[in-house]
Design a protein around this ligand. Structure first.
Ligand code: NAD
Ligand code: MG
Ligand code: MG
Ligand code: MG
Ligand code: MG
Length: 335
């Protein structure tokens, strides 16, 4: 464990594999995270059973990968650790089915805190409740593991009834290869709220609105859709890659002085104090549960607004222009 950060960070040497190598882990779900956790744990010598519904199309995939498959309930019944890796919106229903199989001393584990933090799942006493959340999509968690490398992850303890919840979670993080890269300790609250804020304000919501507004401003002022697409969407990847590699500094160093001066003087004109106030509002709705209530109700109603919004987004001019341009140019095949 290192103390150079504001939170504890753990590595392989902080993990004790005996915390998990005699236990059975039920991995519920075989999607992005599920397939990676199940295969990595199994390759690390842990007994894994994948929990999937009868008739689930993922069953064949898990079996083809050499894993044992059972229903979620049967898998949970034989497990010491139940890793909840079905979609967040599906978890409460799956939890209801497996709750009777959670014995004293078992662990219920998550890769995202939404359902615990917003009380959609209320585990019984006597059960440890933990989180091991890789900070990347599952295919990278698997690919890095196979390459002998790691994927950074978060670890959090919500309920520690055995007194060994953290030790076991770290052993799990080691088993999926994340402790090779580093595991940062957080809380369910911090992980859930900061994750929602990041995706809404910056990563998914903020960036797409910036792109759409930039595209509209150019095209409404007579610039061609193709030029607008290249300038505000396509080039974004180059900028993000530089920031990912070396922070804001590497990006500023790599662009022209004109771009750097223009960006430094005009960025805050676009994202002004009002935008900051909007972000505060978004954060408040996350903290007071308003966003969670809205999203849960939207799902219960069969996703009417979500479906409408998705359709409208896919019909935007920038999407049609992008489809055409990407099919015309070879760079799209590079990835
Ligand atoms: P996913 O959508 O990729 O996979 C879900 C799997 O669950 C499906 O493949 C299927 O096997 C199963 N499933 C689907 N519907 C089901 C149902 N009704 N009943 C039973 N099983 C069903 O999910 P994911 O993205 O791996 O997310 C799993 C968890 O990991 C979530 O809590 C998510 O927030 C978290 N997480 C995801 C990522 C990511 O990049 N995908 C990263 C970190 C954490
Ligand atoms: Mg059990
Ligand atoms: Mg996130
Ligand atoms: Mg998220
Ligand atoms: Mg330019």
């Amino acid at each position: 464990m290192t103390e150079e950060f504001t939170r504890p960070v753990y590595y392989d040497e902080d993990a004790d594999s005996s915390q998990i190598d005699t236990k059975t882990v039920a991995v519920l779900g075989y999607g992005s995270q599920g397939h990676a956790h199940a295969q990595n744990l199994s390759d690390s010598g842990v007994d894994v059973v994948v929990g999937l519904r009868e008739g689930s199309s993922s069953r064949d995939a898990a079996e083809a990968d050499g894993l044992r498959v059972a229903t979620p309930t049967a898998a949970a019944a034989e497990a010491d650790i139940v890793s909840m890796l079905v979609p967040d919106t599906v978890q409460p229903a799956v939890y209801e089915a497996i709750e009777p199989e959670l014995d004293e001393g078992d662990t219920l584990q998550f890769a995202h805190g939404f359902n615990i933090h917003y009380n959609q799942i209320e585990p019984p006493e006597g059960v440890d409740v933990t989180m091991v959340a890789p900070k990347s999509p599952g295919h990278l968690v698997r690919r890095n593991y196979e390459a002998g490398e790691g994927t950074p992850a978060l670890v959090a303890i919500y309920q520690d009834e055995t007194g060994e919840a953290l030790e076991e979670a770290l052993a799990y993080a080691q088993g999926i290869g994340c402790a090779r890269a580093g595991v940062i300790e957080t809380s369910f609250q911090e992980e859930t709220e900061s994750d929602l804020f990041g995706e809404q304000a910056v990563l998914c919501g903020g960036v797409t609105s910036l792109v759409k507004t930039g595209y509209e401003t150019l095209t409404e002022n007579g610039y061609s859709p193709e030029m607008a697409y290249f300038e505000v969407l396509n080039e974004l990847k180059l900028i993000v890659d530089l920031m990912y590699e070396g922070g804001l500094g590497e990006m500023w160093d790599s662009v022209s002085d004109t771009a750097e001066y223009g960006g430094l003087t005009r960025g805050d004109v676009v994202v002004d104090e009002e935008v900051k106030a909007n972000m505060e509002e978004i954060l408040t709705e996350i903290q007071d549960g308003e966003f969670a209530r809205e999203w849960i109700a939207e799902n219960q109603a069969g996703r009417p607004s979500y479906t409408q919004l998705r359709n409208a987004e896919s019909e935007r001019e920038i999407e049609e222009v992008g489809d055409r341009l990407r099919s015309m140019f070879a760079w799209a095949d590079d990835e």
